[in-house]
Write a protein that binds this ligand. Structure first.
Ligand code: SF4
Ligand code: SF4
Length: 315
């Protein structure tokens, strides 16, 4: 493990805490996703496959007015979300002759449609996992981050601890039979536990790739060993830059970023904010060592002050 420090803190980075050591011989290579948005066609096969495999309840399909996006963001019932971004920008830096429109003044304008399948980042330093008091959130032998639904007590500490707004409470009855009992007991109608992508832990244990990657027809979602995916992403970025694709960049690929690198990272064609992603995410618990040091210093100063006052008073 390196100890170069998460931005502005003394925390280690580059490798998850206590992984793979705690697994001994059962530890497996760290697995993850490289999502190449330059070849996403917005078919949503990943969203459907995820729902089917994981038996996720419907998420209230609505007409959002955001292009073909009808879920808007990740939540307890949307573990894959395909963003649709319509832009008046050329696809290539030296002009784009592929897609043109004719606005009011008759001048041709470039138009491109960015699509991106978002998912839990399975962070190297995962805020959700750091703050979970029950151990419901844990790091698997594959280096991924998973919630155990039978252990989660619904305290929701993890919700604000995720810098991406991924993990979320489910507002549905656990089952139709539970609803009246829950409503009587709690006065509200909700599951209460938190949910998110498991990187299909059950499928990985069985030697299968995650459902979303399996269903992706263009290979935009690529699953594999993280080290190998990072090398593949470097080569893909180099190719797109040689072909002068407008705005091509990697997001979450750097182990020195604020979460120590993502287990699920992306090739984007514009700034992360354009896709609704934070530009510079930092795990909130990165500042804990500094906070505890300040608290200890303040307590020591107060103790010295009280002792001095006590001794002074006796004289
Ligand atoms: S993206 Fe959020 S929910 Fe996923 S591992 Fe990171 S902190 Fe946890
Ligand atoms: S890895 Fe599995 S749980 Fe995660 S988004 Fe893909 S299909 Fe859903």
């Amino acid at each position: 493990m390196t100890s170069t420090g998460v931005k502005g803190t003394a925390e280690p980075t580059g490798s998850p805490a206590a992984w793979p050591d705690t697994y001994g011989e059962e530890a497996r290579p760290r697995m993850g996703f490289f999502t190449d948005t330059s070849i996403c066609i917005g078919c949503k096969a990943c969203e459907v496959a995820c729902k089917e495999w994981n038996l996720i309840p419907e998420d209230g399909r609505v007409w959002t007015g955001e292009s073909y996006d009808n879920t808007s963001h990740l939540n307890a019932n949307t573990w894959r979300h395909v963003a649709f971004v319509e832009q008046r920008k050329p696809l290539h830096l030296d002009g784009d002759t592929v897609t043109l429109t004719e606005p009011g003044d008759g001048q041709p304008e470039p138009l491109r449609w960015l699509m991106e399948s978002d998912v839990c980042k399975h962070c190297t330093h995962a805020g959700c996992l750091d703050v979970c008091p029950t151990g419901a959130l844990f790091r698997t032998e594959f280096g991924t981050v998973v919630v155990q639904e039978d252990i989660c007590n619904g305290c929701r500490y993890c919700v604000p601890a995720c810098p991406f707004g991924v993990i979320d409470k489910r507002d549905l009855p656990r089952s139709p039979d539970d609803a009246p009992l829950l409503m009587d007991m709690l006065g509200k109608k909700e599951d209460g536990r938190v949910w998110k992508c498991t990187l299909c832990y059950d499928r990985l244990k069985g030697g299968h790739e995650p459902a979303c990657a399996k269903a992706c027809p263009t290979n935009s979602i690529q699953f594999g060993e993280l080290d190998e995916l990072r090398e593949r992403a470097d080569k893909r970025l180099e190719k797109l830059r040689t072909e002068r694709w407008n705005g091509a960049r990697l997001y979450g690929h750097d182990p020195d970023d604020g979460v120590g690198g993502f287990g699920a990272f992306f090739l984007l064609l514009d700034e992360p904010e354009v896709y609704g992603l934070p530009p510079d995410p930092v795990v909130p618990t990165a500042h804990l060592p500094q906070l505890w040091r300040s608290t200890a210093l303040a307590a020591a100063a107060m103790f010295v002050g009280v002792a001095a006052a006590f001794v002074g008073g006796r004289e």
